[in-house]
Design a binder for this molecule. Structure first.
Ligand code: PRP
Ligand code: ZN
Length: 313
């Protein structure tokens, strides 16, 4: 059932995502929220798209840029850190760009940072002259050092970068920082940010010239819709017209307060029981109990917070 990899199946889109790790679950949830569903194969490496001709390939995140470059996969969900590193590597080897970032996905946030032993007094990048920096991101680091005009030694390590200073194999490190717990546990402190990373949807530099173009475009639009709605809440309530100024003040950070026309109401807006208006507004982020209570004190009645499931902008 699994089609051979590497052959160009032109009528189905193939997306590579991380098999396990911090991007795996959110990547699948995002794609599911975009309306995709799959039948899992027994080897659990290939998921056949059922709702749409969009299949998943479950792989190691480090392999994703290469799979796109080789045309084995059409799209991938991968950390910007990994994508930029491998793009930098290609450029250093004189290869043309093979993939590009299509859309930031708002999860898997972390930063690629320089970190030094806690006791160092950090005076700035010039301090790095002639030092040894351990990293799994040699291309990004080399590019940054060059832009800073610094001549330092890049010590490439594939893992456990954070113990290099203690082992004496490097003076400092350049590694991903998320919570900062790994640095703290190794008595290191972050000093320079080289890259703000998050999960991104990546695609080939050249785009598609067959049925996959339409599928990719549709998927991107849905991703956009899902991300825009993320954390958005629709707040509905009713209130008398004279309460509007106070309510609008409390809802300054929300979208415009809309008067919902109700059947039989006056032309400018609905008017329910006792002349109350039906109102709604879109809020970014959660709406707390405290906010609801304040709105109620200002005259809002029948307050309801609703999750918006889908929307086409
Ligand atoms: C990174 C990095 C650190 C850790 C930092 O690896 O290499 O080990 O996360 O996280 P913290 O600041 O929350 O302690 P990660 O597990 O992301 O995966 P990787 O092996 O793909 O680099
Ligand atoms: Zn990895």
């Amino acid at each position: 059932m699994t089609p051979p990899l590497g052959t160009a199946t032109r009528d189905r889109l193939r997306i590579a995502i991380q098999k396990s790790g911090r991007l795996a679950e959110p990547a699948r949830s995002l794609l599911a929220a975009c309306g995709l569903s799959w039948r899992e194969s027994r080897d659990k490496l290939f998921c056949y798209g059922e709702s749409l001709p969009v299949d998943l390939l479950l792989v190691r995140d480090d392999d994703i840029p290469g799979l796109i470059a080789d045309g084995v996969c059409d799209l991938g969900v991968v950390g910007r850190n990994e994508l930029d590193e491998q793009a930098g590597e290609r450029a250093r080897n004189g290869l043309p760009p093979a993939y590009r970032e299509l859309h930031g996905l708002g999860f898997g946030q972390c930063r690629l940072m320089l970190a030094v032993p806690e006791e160092w007094e950090w005076q700035g990048p010039q301090q790095l002259q002639g030092l040894r920096i351990a990293t799994s991101y040699p291309a990004i680091l080399a590019g940054w050092l060059q832009r800073q005009g610094i001549d330092a030694h890049v010590v490439e390590l594939s893992g456990s970068v954070e113990i290099a200073p203690r082992l004496g194999t490097a003076d400092l490190i350049c590694d991903l920082v998320s919570s900062g717990a790994t640095l703290a546990a190794n008595h290191l402190k972050p000093v320079e940010n080289l890259l703000d990373s998050e999960a991104v949807l990546a695609g080939p530099a050249g785009g598609f010239d067959d049925a996959r173009a339409g599928l990719a475009q549709m998927l991107l639009r849905r991703v956009d819709g899902v991300l825009q709605l993320k954390d958005r809440k629709l707040l509905m309530f009713s209130a008398a017209r004279e309460s509007l100024p106070a309510l609008e003040r409390l809802l300054q950070d929300a979208g415009p307060l809309v008067i919902v026309p109700t059947q039989g109401g006056p032309a400018q807006g609905g008017s329910g029981q006792n002349g109350a208006l039906s109102l709604q507004t879109m809020c970014e982020g959660a709406v707390s109990w405290q906010q609801l209570e304040e709105l109620e004190r200002a005259g809002a009645r029948g307050l309801m917070v609703l999750t918006v499931e889908r929307s086409l902008a």
